[in-house]
Design a protein around this ligand. Structure first.
Ligand SMILES: [Zn+2]
Length: 471
């Protein structure tokens, strides 16, 4: 009997000692249930998103919309954090790119019959973010169909004076569409300067997506300063197919392109921050956020209004159930993710300067779709420690912790602050039907999917606040 008791207490001691992060109690599932209940019944995520998308709308860095969005963010965070909260702006300089007018393009080719009959077809395009424009006269040149960078290198002598059309497609064999995006997006980001190097006068790039519509998707390019800056635009998928079909077999076609895009001087914008102070470790931080800026063709509903309102909802839900966090919980609505990443870098560098200790930087910037997993920048040992938390998240949809990291806004927190960074990974199948296109509107956000993302984010923040990562 004595021996049995002793054995029992040794076992108990071992369990407790194994690491606080593994310990979880029935209380945890009750508390997470309460978070879920308030988000699913009294939640403000969708209502906040309605205001952001319909009353503010597009909000690219430096635009009037962005400053309206800052005001919206202050109001929403003030409401969510209650009397215990603190809401403030963090200044950062941002690039100020403007589209400058309507983008126009068409192509003309001969149908190959004798006598040849000229055919003209308009192209649905959007100038790429940060691109220069053609000016009001536009540019007309013969177009060269290029399937990938290897072909560009092989045919570099044919490029001078031409418009290069990159028709690299999303690889449908990637089940996670972010992998297809990562594979294809180098043609948008780097393709213009690669073509300029060989004397191209402009670039068209197949839209980053594999939807069935013809909406062009914009997004940032990155010029290489060693080569001339040339105009560049994305072409809708159906029009890209039509242009490619006209050019297959070496047929000639010319393209007319007119864009009025240009860069203005850098300007001041802000990260919008709301926090509730920790009761035990007020000088240690857990950050959760999304980016406040969005592309100009639509409302930035999924990218990334969803991540903003989910992050605000985490704060609201913790307050609503009366949870007193041990660490300071901060919501950050980051500036300038889309065409500069300045807000994320500013946040991390300012935190470093202030000597802050950060446990976690979590973001939601992959759409407000059904939650599936969290990507976390943890070691295998740390992942094993948090793995038991999945039993608490599974009822709400997250069934996996993926070893990885965060998106571009929280990533700088790792090198600057040594923080664990991570992101919500929702179902990815529909994201690139909408991303950076005129279809990214509130009507393409499902209220319940959005809320379930917030539930899982709130649950993870709670667990990290309570148990840490077992370091
Ligand atoms: Zn985004």
């Amino acid at each position: 009997m004595v021996l049995k008791l002793l054995k029992g207490s040794i076992l108990l001691f071992l369990l407790v000692d194994f690491g606080a992060a593994t310990a979880q109690t029935a209380d945890d599932s009750v508390l997470i249930r309460r978070l879920a209940d308030t988000i699913l019944t009294d939640g403000k995520a969708y209502g906040n998103l309605s205001v952001l998308t319909k009353k503010v709308g597009a909000r690219l860095s430096g635009s009037a919309g962005y400053y309206k969005a800052e005001k919206w963010g202050v109001a929403a965070l003030t409401d969510a954090s209650g009397s215990a909260g603190k809401v403030y702006l963090q200044e950062c300089m941002v690039p100020h790119w403007v589209r400058g007018g309507k983008d126009e393009a068409f192509f003309e080719w001969s149908d190959g019959r004798r006598p040849a009959k000229g055919v003209r077809k308009s192209l649905d395009i959007l100038a790429l973010g940060n691109s220069v424009g053609t000016g009001p006269a536009g540019v007309t040149a013969q177009v060269v169909l290029i399937h990938d960078f290897d072909e560009l290198e092989r045919r570099k002598d044919e490029i001078k004076g031409k418009i290069v059309f990159y028709n690299y497609k999303f690889n449908p064999l990637f089940i996670e569409t972010f992998k297809a995006y990562g594979d294809a997006v180098r043609y948008r980001a780097l393709g213009p300067s690669r073509a300029a190097r060989y004397g191209a006068v402009a670039v068209l790039v197949r839209t980053m997506g594999e939807g069935v519509d013809n909406n062009p998707h914009t997004g940032a390019l990155m010029y290489n300063d060693s080569f001339p800056k040339i105009p560049a635009a994305a072409v809708g998928l159906r029009d890209a197919d039509a242009l490619a079909a006209a050019l297959e077999g070496g047929r000639n076609a010319s393209v007319f392109l007119r864009t009025m895009a240009h860069m203005l001087p850098d300007t001041v914008a802000h990260n919008v921050i709301g926090e509730i102070r920790g009761s035990e470790f007020p000088d240690q931080y857990i950050t959760v956020g999304g980016h406040l800026d969005s592309w100009d063709p639509a409302e930035g509903a999924q990218d990334d209004g969803a991540g903003c309102v989910q992050s605000i909802e985490v704060l609201r839900a913790l307050q609503a159930i009366g949870y007193q966090p041990r660490h300071t919980i901060r919501v950050v609505l980051f500036a300038n993710e889309e065409n500069g990443g300045r807000g994320g870098r500013k946040y991390a560098s300012a935190a470093k300067e202030a000597g802050e200790k950060h446990l976690l930087g979590l973001e939601s910037d992959a759409g407000g779709f059904t939650p599936r997993a969290f990507s976390l920048g943890l070691s295998d040992t740390q992942l094993a420690v948090v793995h038991p938390w999945l039993t608490l998240l599974q009822p709400y949809g997250v069934y996996e912790f993926v070893k990885g990291g965060g998106g571009s806004d929280v990533s700088p927190m790792k090198p600057e602050l040594g923080a664990v960074v991570g992101e919500l990974l929702p179902d990815s199948q529909r994201y690139f039907d909408l991303h950076h296109s005129r279809a990214d509107v509130l009507e393409n956000v499902n209220k319940r999917e959005l809320e379930l993302g917030a539930v899982n984010m709130a649950a993870l923040i709670y667990l990290v606040d309570k148990y840490g990562f077992g370091q």
